[in-house]
Design a protein. Structure first.
Length: 67
């Protein structure tokens, strides 16, 4: 009895299934934004990696000259 009440309190299954359409649209929008954000982070990370490698190479060249 109590568990049924708790489930009904948090879960809502509408009779009119068209109420799912806005939720599906928002979910698709957020999913696409998540993918775009992930790709942006990977692109920025790759650029930073290249910058770091260039700096490391410059430092190692300086160390070779001073030896």
């Amino acid at each position: 009895m109590l568990s049924s009440y708790v489930l009904n309190l948090f879960l809502y299954f509408p009779e009119d299934k068209t109420e799912y359409i806005p939720a599906a649209i928002w979910m698709a929008i957020f999913f696409i934004l998540t993918i775009l954000t992930f790709r942006l982070i990977k692109r920025v990370s790759k650029k930073e990696e290249l910058k770091t490698k260039a700096i490391e190479e410059e430092i190692s060249q300086r160390n070779r000259k001073t030896e």
